[in-house]
Design a protein around this ligand. Structure first.
Ligand SMILES: C[S@@+](CC[C@H](N)C(=O)[O-])C[C@H]1O[C@@H](n2cnc3c(N)ncnc32)[C@H](O)[C@@H]1O
Length: 347
């Protein structure tokens, strides 16, 4: 069994409380006073209510605090082009290297449980579905004909197409931040281990809200931020490892209700999260109204049609890939510790 625990934040935890907002700076971002969530005080860069919009929509410049990459956390692969090339190579070994260390079948089933896949007739989309590992968990509950797998990497999708159990699933290329589906289409939106590559995670979650039908559930499975300094350094160099409260904030800002977070992890971690986890939590929220998200965003953080300096690209790609290698070693280290340290003792 994978380790799991549920963390359901109090109603006020990540809520926007627009009445408390103070306008800061020229970009339309607003900073709320320090917010306490999960015992951690932290400032939030959040939205303000548009004074002109009839529907009082929430407006936010290129998304939230985590979308910006500070110099100390350049997150070299949290770019669409770099992620594309990263998976050009990783897709060759993905199922054999990544899943056994970071994303086991036990963990997947634990993580999908809050998505409530109770009927074979639910219409489900798996965004950033890659080689189809999570989709395999979905089709245990839902007819493959009702499932769509979308990813930006044709190389990952090619692996998915080879899987017998996924015959019948609609497999297509697309961008998580700009989904090619009409509003109010799916009963379930699932995305596992993809948000960390999105340049603008808030935009992706807003899209999740848009494509869901009223009463539908979104389930985003992703990393959690490390607390150990060395792990934090490599995480910050590689990609986005959000804090738990950031997921909740993104969901609530997108308009989701009943937002819940469940902690997951490989069983040999014995609950340790200080190195961060590439698959560390499953966050769910329910869409209670028809139509698009109440959140309005500014321009996209990354425009893939714009040319990128090849030297900058190569530097980011190589640095990100080297730093990612650290996270191949972490589960091996934790697995060895689990073998050595007597059961029941902390590791
Ligand atoms: C760690 S893999 C996860 C694959 C799969 N969900 C699983 O559970 O094994 C991350 C996937 O996200 C995809 N991805 C990254 N950025 C994306 C984007 N903007 N839109 C769609 N897919 C994206 C990558 O191509 C990759 O296949």
């Amino acid at each position: 069994m994978a380790m799991a625990s549920t963390y359901a934040p109090g109603g006020g935890a990540g809520a926007l409380a627009p009445g408390r907002a103070r306008v800061r700076g020229p970009v339309g971002l607003v900073s709320l006073g320090p917010t306490r969530l999960g015992g951690l005080p932290r400032p939030l860069a959040l939205a303000r209510r548009s004074p002109v919009a009839a529907g009082a929509r929430l407006r936010c410049a290129a998304s939230s605090s985590s979308a910006a990459r500070p110099v100390t956390a350049p997150r070299f692969i949290q770019h669409k082009k770099e992620a594309f090339w990263f998976y050009r190579f990783l897709s060759i070994v993905y199922d054999h290297v990544i899943n056994p260390g970071h994303w086991t079948e036990d963990m997947r089933d634990d993580a999908l449980e809050p998505a409530d896949l109770y009927s074979r007739y639910l219409k489900v989309v798996d965004v950033g579905g890659g080689t189809g590992f999570t989709t395999l968990g979905i089709v245990k509950h839902v007819n493959p004909e009702n499932v769509t797998l979308l990813d930006q990497s044709p190389h990952q999708l090619e692996k998915a197409r080879q899987k017998e159990a996924l015959k019948g699933v609609t497999i297509m290329e697309g961008d998580a931040e700009d989904l090619p589906f009409p509003t109010d289409t799916f009963d379930r939106y699932i995305s596992a281990g993809s948000i960390e590559y999105w340049p603008d995670p808030q935009r992706g979650i807003k899209e999740a809200y848009r494509v869901l039908r009223m009463g539908g559930t979104a389930c985003v499975i992703g990393p959690v931020y490390p607390t150990f300094w060395l792990s934090r350094f490599f995480a910050d160099m590689w990609m986005l490892f959000p804090k738990e409260e950031e997921y909740i904030e993104w969901f609530k800002k997108a308009g989701f209700k009943d937002v819940k977070l469940k902690r997951i992890g490989p069983k040999w971690y014995r609950g340790v999260r200080r190195h961060g986890l590439i698959m560390g939590c499953s966050v769910t929220g329910v869409k209670r109204e028809r139509g698009d998200s109440p959140l309005e965003l500014g321009p996209k953080a990354e425009d893939v049609s714009k040319p990128v300096n090849p030297i900058t690209f190569l530097f980011r790609f190589l640095m990100g890939t080297i730093c990612a290698a650290y996270y191949v070693l972490v589960p091996i280290y934790m697995w060895i510790k689990d073998q050595i340290v007597p059961k029941g003792m902390p590791i």
